[in-house]
Design a protein around this ligand. Sequence first.
Ligand code: ADP
Ligand code: ADP
Ligand code: MG
Length: 503
Amino acid sequence: MIKKVLIANRGEIAIRVMRTCKEMGISTVAVYSEADRTSRHVQYADEAYFIGPSPSNESYLVIDKIIEAAHASGADAIHPGYGFLSENAVFSERCKKEGIEFIGPDAFAINTMGDKITARKTMIAAGVPVVPGTTEPIQDIKEAVKVIKEIGLPVMVKASAGGGGKGMRLVTKEEDIVSSVSAAKSEALAAFGDDAVYIEKYINSPHHIEFQILADKHGNCVHLFERECSVQRRHQKVVEETPSPIMTEKVRKEMGKHAVAAAKAVNYAGAGTIEFIVDDDLNYYFLEMNTRLQVEHPITEWVVGVDLVKQQIKIANGEKLSFKQEDLKQNGHAIEVRIYAEDPDNNFMPSPGKIRYIDEPLGLGIRHDGYVYSGYEIPMFYDPMISKMIVWGKDREEAIARMRRALDAYTLTGVKTSIPYLRRIMDVPAFVEGRYNTHFVQDHAGELKPEEDKDEQLQDIIAITAFADYLDSLKQSQSKPDNNGKALSPWKLFGRKKSVIRL
Ligand code: ADP
Ligand code: ADP
Ligand code: MG
């Protein structure tokens, strides 16, 4: 039985994992780098171990240091969170050798799914539909051109070792193939140390829909339905929701079965996610499997009523799943937004720095998973995600209304955040109506701009109206000396421009 867990991560996910540990009576051990001395995940843990300099390749990514801290603290298990070492097969294997339970799958599952080419082959063998394309790395350009002739443009050139939206190139013209393959190769080599790339068909009007699965060590596996993650920027998720607004009961059942088959094909144990790319007609294709807890896992927890971290720990303990597929139901609707320290109105430039003041929204149906506090300085060394706002409503409409309230009530000063941008998404008619695909952010760029520069013409009208008002007020003040003899200043009038135009 696991009694003490070391969390090999930082920030919001470290705290998220510790919360469940506390509820289960399990002691928690934090690790931290130089930059994280004042991080809340350190304060939240029962004990904490310093593991080195700020860059993650000198701290959070150094297996020896994590193992050393685990032994020093007497932890009997390690939870890797997401990112960092969570999908590292060497780390999973090392934990096993050291007699420490890795709360996640074994090296075989991580290796098979971590390499996208191997994963594609494994899925084909398991009868799971994959995106049409190659099942071997591209060796030369001639071959690439031949493949493209077969499956047709547009195509995606993708790094086999890719992740986090990196190492991917969309090719729409044949003449771009040479440059795209070499660009994807060099990006993959730099980011993942492996330059193998393959080609798959680009699915038009793509929707990203993924299935949460849970599998125990006794061969039982269930899915916990889907998450819709099509609101993306640069292939990275911005908003996630469940249920998906485009899903039907029939397709949900089929996809769920394929998700379970995918996990079983690698003898999976633990929590995992099967990502699919889905077209407008609900044809779906396996994209990849993430062999870890996902950033957006809370929306599933809320709608299905299952604590996924608790399940991960129980599975690691060797327990059997306590529910069957037919016991699981979707209840209501949940939405998550990822809040980043970045400036959405300045090309999403990172905005690290000190948080002067933070006031988080509260109330019915709001869950806020974060780690920052007033006076906390966001380090520049890691992912600039500050927190995740998750809301639940009895239906999608209520959930959207609740998200608007939550974002309106969220005060955070000192750094720029994506909150205003996320708030605007909640008002875009295509989003509100559930009619969107992965091109949403690009297609609705105009609607997602800040109020002030949405329409220059409108601005002109506002200025002219304000100026006319100014002239009027001048006239009035001249004809009415009892107005204290003062006209309203043009600045005041310009300040009123919104009310002028809205009247
Ligand atoms: P999701 O956000 O759906 O959980 P992502 O693929 O966006 O999945 O990854 C989650 C986190 O893990 C992000 O912080 C991302 O940068 C990081 N990540 C994902 N894959 C890799 C990888 N191969 N190498 C390094 N970091 C990764
Ligand atoms: P990563 O490992 O970086 O998360 P994925 O294979 O999961 O890479 O793809 C990330 C995103 O890129 C998808 O959610 C989708 O928006 C887009 N994408 C990937 N492959 C395709 C494809 N074949 N057709 C259309 N869009 C795709
Ligand atoms: Mg992915």
